[in-house]
Design a protein around this ligand. Sequence first.
Ligand SMILES: [Zn+2]
Length: 463
Amino acid sequence: MRKVPGLELAGRLSGLCLLVAALAPGGVAQSAPALAADPKIAAALNDVSARQIQANIEKLVSFATRSTLSAQDPAAIRSGRGIGAAREWIQSEFERYSRDCGGCLEVKTDSYTQEPGERVKESTVITNVYAVLKGTDGENARRIVLVTGHYDSRNSDNYNITDDAPGANDDASGTAVSLECARVLSKLKFPATMVFLTVAGEEQGLYGSRHFARMAKEQGWDLEAVLNNDIVGADKSPEQDHSVIRVFSEGVPAVATDEDLRRIRLLGGESDSTSRQLARYMVDVGETYDLGVQPMMIFRQDRYLRGGDHSSFNQQGFAAVRITEFREDFHHQHQNVRMESGIQYGDLPRFVDFDYASHVARLNAATLAGLAAAPAPPANPRLLTRNLENDSTLTWDASPGGLATAYEVLWRATTSPEWEHAQKLGNVTRATMKMSKDNVIFAVRACDQAGHCSLPVVPAPER
Ligand SMILES: [Zn+2]
């Protein structure tokens, strides 16, 4: 934690209002933002298996090609070749996990016919396969956290549906993460709902995820977090860094209105989208649990020249991040399997580090579990700006769903990438901080007694 000069604080509760008084350096009650490790979640993370992930990736590769344009008729499914066979196997895996937890998962498909368009010449059925672990708490079960990977693959030519397109890293690895999260977390119960998703049509232009995200929007899903895993196998090039995993997040939201943009230009806020709060939360998760890999935040929506399924969710206004290995090897992506000038091309399982993919699965599982166990974020947070004053007063409505027993005001220097300080409060809906809102960025989050905390939300100015 880096300290902001002059921000030593202590709290004093008075009814529903908390006044935070300035203290001399050495004051109490202020700390670095932290999450408490949950022993049940820690135990579940130990259940994440590199061997299971390897088996899942090798099984997906065994379908030879998973091009969205490849065959999916009953004969092709029986032959075990093509995207239809892959889809059926994913569904059967989710169903197997559900049998192991007494039918706790609802296994579903989201299917539609894509008419000819970009990189799709003929009408093509695109099917997303997913499993729902329903939350156990009435009101909180409406809240949803989601993990996804795309199970389709491609080779050098988008329209080549006959040659192999193993797609071991891109993106059997992300699909395996979704499956493994479902297998491990379905053994636990959470107040909020989890969705384990695998989508198709990514390589033609994010078709599957776009359809799914629109459905979520149209159906009014309270979708708090989307984790998109795409290329998470740490391709074994010498320059690979196996200790970190990149987490890309948009800064200015795709759905920012003109009014939002005006406020961002005037007051800052370029780095405070809900997606970025999710990325910061993942960094906290990395400090709370033994994952084997540390999230490395990248403050951009995606890599140069590339896109991914998280942006489909961003475009519907949901918090969504992209999770990708540190360094990609482009010889092993979107390439026909071949030797050329002594170089092996093709996205083959031998280049995937299954231990690393299991560490990424742990990060995903810990993030999903932490958020699904936590209270809903505080509603309607406001920063009062009626008067010129050097104190800062925040108000909010109680976290819906009744799980919150406490709130925390977080803050950081305007130049800092991460939340630096936390002021723990009781069950209150208002706090006055003895520091100027001009000098820091504030957020508030809801916590329960066990130390599960919601995503922080940045208050809107209120005059
Ligand atoms: Zn991909």
